[in-house]
Every structure is written in structure tokens, then in C-alpha cells.
Design a protein around this ligand. Structure first.
Ligand SMILES: NC(=O)c1ccc[n+]([C@@H]2O[C@H](COP(=O)([O-])OP(=O)(O)OC[C@H]3O[C@@H](n4cnc5c(N)ncnc54)[C@H](OP(=O)(O)O)[C@@H]3O)[C@@H](O)[C@H]2O)c1
Length: 252
């Protein structure tokens, strides 16, 4: 596959479904060698087989990134086996909604462990490699794209801890962006609205029932992947810092 990202290596977390899987495809289509990380190996293998059939280079990484060692190991294996790391897409996330008063504490823990700590483990391990790639890479620039949400902009009744995690991702991203800007590691924040993926399906049945009909229009995972592709294929002198993307009919 040939494109703007030829000669570069990207790591996508949460690539076994939804936005992550679509992003892995989009980056491979631009010529990047892609490392795909998640827990469901069968899904990753199927994704990799499809991309290899089209001439793509893919590394499958079965990893639970809430474990700091596995997250750092995924980054290290990417560099060891694909030679470098130019692009990190911090995408893996979970959204568990419902009233705080009756929420199981385990749901809050799952969101903080994945959306915050998992992202931080990957970012921490990746930054030295991204700095090296920006210094020596074919494009002389590297990218970290952190996937937040509309929920990272506005807090709402019933999504407090998800809001907390995504607001945190926004704050960390902006701080890191300022720190790395002059060294040509671009840090971008993507904030999708309703996108048809498996995300909502992890909620308890009674919460799911309440969510039904809440959203009229949905975007496709490919719509968000297209935005990420746009961000990471910009010329070296241009950085897209933040993208808020809603379905046209989504008001809030
Ligand atoms: N869909 C939306 O409407 C929407 C809106 C705003 C923001 N977002 C954000 O978009 C991102 C992607 O979500 P999605 O909508 O594409 O949902 P999804 O289809 O449920 O994808 C989530 C991905 O995260 C992976 N994951 C979960 N736990 C993991 C762990 N412990 N270690 C490694 N990977 C793990 C899952 O793979 P495994 O289960 O195989 O590990 C899966 O690949 C999330 O950060 C989400 O908050 C989504």
C-alpha cells in the first residue's frame, strides 16, 4: 500500500473493533506498517489477514493495556519488530453510564483503568520513540492522537466518571502538546459524538434500555478514522490540535 505514511509505523490500541479497527485500515491504506493491539486476538488476526491480503504490513499484539507492563510491552514489540514508532493512536476505551448513586464501583474502576491509566501507560512508553521518529523519520514529524469524546467537553447527568476520564484525556493531551510541539511530535485530541460501534454494548441491560432512542443519527467508525487519517497526514508545519465531530443531527 502506498501513500503519505509510507516508511512509517503506527500503533493503534483498541484495534479489534469500532474506531480502532477502522483507523488501522485507514493508516495501512496510507502506507503505514500497523501494529494492532487489543485483548481479542481472533478479531485482530482477522483484521490483519484482510490488510495483508492488500499488501499491508501488520503486527498483531494481544495485550490488556490496563496492565502497565503489557502496555509498555506492546510499544516495545512494535519498535522491535517493525523498527520504529511514528504514530500512536490512543483509542482503547470503555463507556459505562448510569446514575452514580447506584453504580457498581467496579465500573468506575474499569473506566479509569482503561481510559486514563491505559492511555497513560501507552503514552509514557511511546514518547521517547515518537521523539526519535520526529528526529530521524522519513517525515520528520510524529503523531500521538488521543481519542476523547464529546463527553470530554461537556459533563452530563449519568455519565460522570466517563466525563471525568475524557476530560482528563483532554487536559493531558493539551499539556503534552505544548511540551512536545517544538520537537515535532504533534499531539491531537479527537472528540467523537455518537458513532456506531460496540461501545454502548458493555453497559448493564437496564442502562442500555434507557439509552435506546437517545441518539437519532450515528456516524460510522470509518468517519472518525477518516478524521484521524487527515490529522496524521498533514504536512510537517501543520498540526491539527483538536477535532470535535458529531453526527449532523446531534444537538448536544
Ligand atoms: N462510539 C462512540 O460513540 C464514541 C464516542 C466518543 C468517543 N468514543 C471513544 O472511541 C474509542 C473507541 O471506542 P469504540 O466506539 O470504537 O468502541 P469499541 O468498538 O467498544 O472499541 C473499544 C476497543 O477497546 C479495546 N479494549 C477494551 N479494553 C481493553 C483493554 N483492557 N486493553 C486493550 N484494549 C482494550 C477493545 O478490544 P478488546 O475488547 O478486544 O480488548 C476494542 O477494540 C473509545 O476511547 C471511546 O471512548 C466512542
Amino acid at each position: 500500500m502506498k501513500g503519505t505514511l509510507e516508511g512509517t509505523v503506527a500503533l493503534v490500541t483498541g484495534a479489534s473493533s469500532g474506531i480502532g479497527a477502522a483507523t488501522a485500515v485507514a493508516l495501512a491504506e496510507q502506507g503505514a506498517a500497523v501494529a494492532v493491539a487489543a485483548r481479542r486476538r481472533d478479531r485482530l488476526d482477522a483484521l490483519a489477514a484482510g490488510l495483508r491480503e492488500q499488501g499491508g504490513t501488520v503486527l498483531v499484539l494481544e495485550a490488556d493495556i490496563t496492565d502497565g507492563q503489557q502496555a509498555a510491552g506492546a510499544v516495545q514489540r512494535t519498535v522491535d519488530e517493525l523498527g520504529r514508532l511514528d504514530t500512536l493512536i490512543n483509542n482503547a476505551g470503555v463507556m459505562l453510564l448510569g446514575p452514580a448513586a447506584t453504580a457498581p464501583l467496579s465500573e468506575w474502576q474499569r473506566m479509569v483503568e482503561l481510559n486514563v491509566l491505559g492511555l497513560l501507560y501507552c503514552a509514557h512508553a511511546a514518547v521517547p520513540h515518537l521523539l526519535r521518529a520526529a528526529g530521524q523519520g522519513p517525515r520528520q514529524v510524529a503523531d500521538m492522537v488521543n481519542i476523547s469524546s464529546v463527553a470530554g467537553r461537556v459533563a452530563r447527568n449519568g455519565s460522570g466518571v466517563y466525563n471525568l476520564t475524557k476530560h482528563g484525556v483532554g487536559a493531558f493531551s493539551e499539556s503534552l502538546r505544548q511540551e512536545l510541539a517544538t520537537r515535532y511530535v504533534r499531539v491531537a485530541l479527537v472528540e467523537p459524538g455518537a458513532t456506531a460501534t460496540e461501545l454502548a454494548g458493555h453497559n448493564r441491560p437496564e442502562i442500555l434500555e434507557g439509552m435506546r432512542g437517545q441518539f437519532g443519527q450515528w456516524m460510522e467508525a470509518g468517519d472518525i478514522a477518516d478524521a484521524i487519517r487527515y490529522i496524521v497526514t498533514r504536512p510537517r508545519h501543520m498540526a491539527v490540535n483538536e477535532m470535535l465531530i458529531r453526527p449532523t443531527e446531534q444537538e448536544r
